[in-house]
Design a protein around this ligand. Structure first.
Ligand code: SF4
Length: 164
């Protein structure tokens, strides 16, 4: 798996001050995607265990609220194993910090039953749809996308939206 970049202090993608990792590779190619330079699965930098260690180290300070995992597409079959390893390692080291992830795949369809969900606090799911774009929405670009409380949704076996 490859990654595009790491943001050491991000206040735009999830609550509080976060470390964000943008993974490389997305096959959805949504019209007016915010990050088309992440589409190429062969671009970017190698994502290995040393990168996971670097991300974990960047998250150690108390002012870092959590980790955000974006794309590209973190849940594409080429990326989901690496995303799972990262999320699992993060939750083991920081059980009281949260993980937010963004994916074009749907929680209750392609992602149903995937191990990675065990480690996520919030998933913003659904592809970006230009016709449904609304700049006033928080954490998402178009109104079809859902900001899902993953752990509550797994427990109740139905979609529970995240409320601040
Ligand atoms: S899923 Fe996300 S990264 Fe992929 S094309 Fe759509 S907006 Fe871009």
């Amino acid at each position: 798996m490859k990654y595009h970049k790491i943001r050491k202090m991000d206040i735009a993608n999830g609550p509080g001050v976060r470390v964000s990792v943008f993974l490389q590779g997305c096959a959805f190619h949504c019209k007016n995607c915010f990050n088309p330079e992440t589409w190429d699965f062969d671009g970017g930098l190698e994502f290995d265990d040393s990168v996971i260690d670097e991300i974990l180290s960047l998250c150690k300070d108390d002012y870092i609220t959590g980790l955000s995992i974006l794309g590209g597409e973190p849940m594409h079959p080429k990326n989901i194993e690496g995303t799972t390893r990262l999320a699992k390692a993060f939750k083991k080291m920081y059980p009281n910090k949260n993980i937010w992830a963004w994916s074009g795949f749907l929680f209750d369809e392609a992602l149903k039953g995937k191990e990675v969900l065990q480690y996520l606090d919030v998933l913003v799911d659904g592809q970006f749809v230009e016709e449904l774009r609304n700049p006033n929405l928080k954490w998402r670009g178009s109104s079809n996308q859902r900001v899902i409380d993953v752990q509550k949704s797994l427990k109740k076996d139905t979609i529970v939206l995240f409320c601040e």
